[in-house]
Write a protein that binds this ligand. Sequence first.
Ligand SMILES: CC[C@H](O)CC(=O)C(=O)O
Ligand SMILES: [Mn+2]
Length: 341
Amino acid sequence: MSAPATAAKPAFRLTDSTLRDGSHAVAHQYTEQQAIDIVAGLDRAGVPVIEVSHGDGLGGSSFNYGFSGTDEMKLISRAVETAKQAKIACLLLPGIGVADDLKAVKDAGVQVARIATHCTEADIAEQHIGMAKELGMEAVGFLMMAHMTSPDELLRQALIMQESGADVVYCVDSAGALTTKTVTERIETLVGGLDVPVGLHAHENLSLSVANSLTALDHGALHIDACTGGAGAGAGNCPTEVFVAVCDRMGVATGVDTMTMVDVAEEVVRPAMNRPQMVDRAALILGYAGVYGSFMLHSERAAKRYGVSQAQILIELGKRGVVGGQEDMIIDVALELAANK
Ligand SMILES: CC[C@H](O)CC(=O)C(=O)O
Ligand SMILES: [Mn+2]
């Protein structure tokens, strides 16, 4: 009898971000009990890394990004207490989160610091990656909106993160705009040019998150992000339970028990979601126009408030090349569209 998929050495390391990226889907309103239940389920399934923070990273709870329902430090503490085998990770965008946030989460038991910047701004992560290493944490560089730059430029930025001490560097498809071809070009270039392992963080806006993640593995990625139930910004992320099921079928060892993951998605995560994750009009346009996934709920609110089309707002934001941190532009564009009606 062949060994169960979970017994073989995993071909990659899975990071489940339901309690961070998935937080966008619930407007950052997770409760402590939900954090406990989700971590308990993922930990039982064998997920090795679980990310917990405000959707926009540490310190994200604000007027600009949306206030958290529960202080993220409480969610993080519950996660650390609950996990028996999984490491707990946090995301930090320099400027939204600050050095003291990193120290606080380290003291709370977080082992992995994921430091995120726009794909052409890796230099602003140098200090935080260095600090994570000084604190004895694993440091992961996270290059967001990776569709907006060329593979060679992405490598140049990734090298800055590697030189700063990053243990892993991710290509992050924040807009769900990458295809199997453009993932291949980026992952091949990163794997060929870096000494550290490479990861992919995929979104589902073009219904390609599972295919793109498999493509990344085929081209040498060793880290994959996913969210249970496909939770996450925009159309959501690569669904953890689907990805591990597909990997099982393809003979790719994940270290995660597929049926436990399927149960956690159905019985724990989906009931916590406010609405189903799907590739609806707004989500598809995000991917098609290359707009930051976390702009989805903000643009929905602006469209309602100013009586304009959400699709038009997103298309205009895509044309202007707006990036994370420019959430105020959503209102500007909505106001302009309303004035020109
Ligand atoms: C920090 C916001 C953002 O959600 C990070 C991320 O997951 C992405 O860029 O896809
Ligand atoms: Mn994301």
